[in-house]
Write a protein that binds this ligand. Structure first.
Ligand SMILES: [Zn+2]
Length: 53
């Protein structure tokens, strides 16, 4: 009797962060999510989370 190994190890690429990755248009740094906005740690540029989907 063949041992049925049904291991669907197809891991979906769910490395999606809570927020869509946004980069600072000024210095191209990764904006950090802060409450309801994404803010650049370097220049302080920020965009509100409601500005995009
Ligand atoms: Zn910046």
């Amino acid at each position: 009797m063949p041992y049925e190994t049904q291991q669907c190890e197809v891991e979906p690429d769910v490395s999606a962060p809570e927020f869509p990755v946004q980069f600072c248009p000024v210095c191209s740094l990764w904006l950090e999510p802060r409450r309801c906005k994404m803010i650049c740690p370097q220049c302080g540029y920020f965009m509100s989370c409601s500005d995009y989907e």
